[in-house]
Write a protein that binds this ligand. Sequence first.
Ligand SMILES: Nc1ncnc2c1ncn2[C@@H]1O[C@H](COP(=O)(O)OP(=O)(O)O)[C@@H](O)[C@H]1O
Ligand SMILES: [Mg+2]
Length: 264
Amino acid sequence: MGAGELGIFGKMMPQPLLSVHGLTKRYGARIGCADVSFDLWPGEVLGIVGESGSGKSTLLSCLAGHQRPDLGRIAYDGADVLTLSEAERRRLLRSDWAYVHQNPRDGLRMGVSAGGNVGERLMAVGARNYGAIRDTATDWLGRVEIAAERIDDRPSAFSGGMQQRLQIARNLVTGPRLVFMDEPTGGLDVSVQARLLDLLRGLVRDLGLSVVIVTHDLAVVRLLADRLMVMKSGRVVETGLTDQVLDDPQHAYTQLLVSSVLQV
Ligand SMILES: Nc1ncnc2c1ncn2[C@@H]1O[C@H](COP(=O)(O)OP(=O)(O)O)[C@@H](O)[C@H]1O
Ligand SMILES: [Mg+2]
């Protein structure tokens, strides 16, 4: 896979990490998302916002390969994702990509210890040395503010906020380049959300992650996203730099969203 292409002066031109064109997914007669196109550049955080039912989760799950779109193209690092073999797609999901679910139970193995949840991801990408795996797992628990003495506890003994932080450690330990997040702070108390957001912001910055984050919470994207895409009824109605979109929304729907008139 190429990292770029030669421009007219023979210099390497940067290439989007993810390039999406005309993505459409229907559920019978109902539209999940329709004709969605965007580029995500390396190290960029793209926020996707819109009221409930606007197609955010459908889009994210098509991007991450959890469902197949009816139409459209997705290129990752220049490669056509939709024509990859199942083995290639699995390899991408294991090593290059990560997916943080809204509900930590969907992204954790509840019957496995905290350390095991993190360590088994390392093993999935080839780590074999038990001591090194345990050290890395301990290090990552620390990064997400989980005390080392909890390493052998199961996530079912953790609070919702801790479970979410563990899910983040499990997903980031393998050093993915592209991270998908679906409402990562949803369902948590406001004070817990604020702490998690702070932590996420630090990790995204320190690791230079490229992120597509879906949320109905504009405070989340205000803090995390470089750029926003606003969705309504499955379609993109507005895109732009986060501050631009939130401070000077152009589309009537975005104006409603920003003024919190809409029930989200
Ligand atoms: N599995 C599904 N089967 C049928 N319709 C679905 C399914 N998932 C989503 N939809 C519909 O697709 C539209 C977009 O939903 P969704 O992507 O979940 O939106 P959001 O994440 O923004 O709340 C909605 O009309 C929703 O009812
Ligand atoms: Mg959703």
